[in-house]
Design a protein around this ligand. Structure first.
Ligand SMILES: O=C(O)CCC(=O)C(=O)O
Length: 385
């Protein structure tokens, strides 16, 4: 049976405070008229309704409405299949139905988590392979993280940190919720305490082309609580755009490119303000338990909340991932696209290109550069340092 849902769009960014509600088939809201209308008035009213209908369909096709429906179109099972969904082009294959039937180790169905992630921009996942590897991987990573002096270690030269980054169920789940694209880790960060980091969207620091094909998996190495500075985030903010410096107008409002720390501070203030204007509600991950993984979409606005009790630890590891078939590692926050300035982080790193079946004669298996990236991230940790 077809399900009918209403799609609500809060019109606050445009200045108004209206709350528009569209029917799933894209029909205009009902209009109730009273009194006796003349023929002219009826014609005029019909004209207005037709124009309104056109405007509503235009709104749907413009992308960022989370609506999923045109009249006479079949019901779609996955939001990603909807041409009005901002990420619909990311999908390469229908999600693998066998993987969709799997459950994470908190018992939740992957298929349902897929929809949740697309809609909300985040999901808490418990990897079964990591649960099995608790003593071998999670415990030593927690011990290592506890011993860190300073606020973080980037790409730690530690075998178990690398193993956590390539945990098999986490990789498979990330691929599943990103339209079947192969993924690979790019960097790890281990934090002994809350970062209290300002709001940001990760893709200001490193992004891909096509954009937003990047994600992060943040593993709680101990239980979180309200006092140890859990992650803070704005559900659904990923649906509004990229939130990079260009998009929030930072380059034009401030004298950027002189002091990067100051830019990031101003960017944080701008985002606090933008979240309020967008009417997006804040959430935090204080309920997370040890061994759970918080996965967020590239453009989800997030940061670290204030650590109320500084005597507490807040042991965590976050890994950022890219996807094959994309160019990656450019940095929007130090780029100004409108004036043709693009900053790359690793100039020499070639894009992770896919080798298609048939290129070398037809019958050999598809080689994925993601496999090479995973192996090198996991095994070369000694050579890098
Ligand atoms: O762990 C945190 O508090 C924030 C981490 C974060 O924002 C990030 O890795 O992008």
């Amino acid at each position: 049976m077809q399900q009918r849902r209403s799609v609500h769009v809060v019109e606050k960014m445009g200045g108004g405070n209206g709350h528009l509600s569209y029917d799933k088939e894209g029909k205009a809201p009902h209009h109730v008229t009273t009194g006796k209308l003349s023929q002219m008035t009826l014609l005029g009213a019909a004209f207005v309704i037709v124009i309104q209908g056109i405007l509503i369909v235009n709104f749907y096709t413009s992308g960022y409405g989370s609506g999923s429906g045109f009249a006479n179109q079949p019901q779609r099972k996955y939001v990603h299949d909807d041409p009005a969904h901002p990420w619909h082009w990311v999908r390469e294959n229908p999600p693998d139905p066998d993987i969709g039937k799997k459950r994470d180790c908190d018992g939740r169905l992957y298929e349902e988590m897929y929809d949740y992630f697309q809609r909300e921009g985040w999901i808490i996942f418990r990897s079964c392979s990591l649960q099995l590897d608790e003593e071998r991987v999670l415990d030593p990573v927690a011990e290592f993280t506890k011993s860190i002096e300073g606020d973080r270690i980037v790409n730690a030269p530690n075998k178990q940190v690398r193993e956590l980054a390539v945990d098999p169920d986490t990789l498979e789940f990330i691929e599943y919720i990103h339209g079947g694209r192969r993924t690979f880790p790019y960097q790890t960060l281990n934090f002994p305490k809350g970062t209290q980091q300002r709001l940001h969207s990760d893709l200001v620091h490193f992004d891909s082309q096509p954009r937003a094909l990047m994600t992060a998996a943040w593993v709680a190495l101990e239980d979180m609580n309200e006092n140890n500075g859990p992650l803070r985030f704005f559900p659904k903010s990923h649906q509004w755009g990229t939130w990079d410096y260009d998009e929030v107008g930072l380059h034009y409002k401030y004298d950027t490119m002189r002091d990067q720390a100051k830019d990031q501070e101003n960017y944080g203030y701008e985002l606090e303000d933008a979240m309020m204007k967008a009417g997006l509600a804040e959430a935090n991950a204080s309920e997370m338990k040890r061994g759970q993984t918080f996965i967020w979409a590239a453009a989800l606005v997030h940061g670290g909340s204030k650590q109320k009790d500084l005597s507490l630890s807040r042991l965590s590891q976050v890994t950022h991932y890219f996807f094959e078939g994309t160019d990656y590692l450019w940095q929007p926050r130090t780029s100004q696209i409108t004036s043709g300035k693009v900053t790359y982080i690793h100039l020499v790193k070639p894009p992770c290109k896919r080798q298609f079946l048939g290129e070398g004669g037809g019958s050999e298996p598809i080689f994925s550069c993601a496999d090479g990236e995973i192996a090198s991230f996991k095994n070369n940790w000694k050579a890098e340092f």
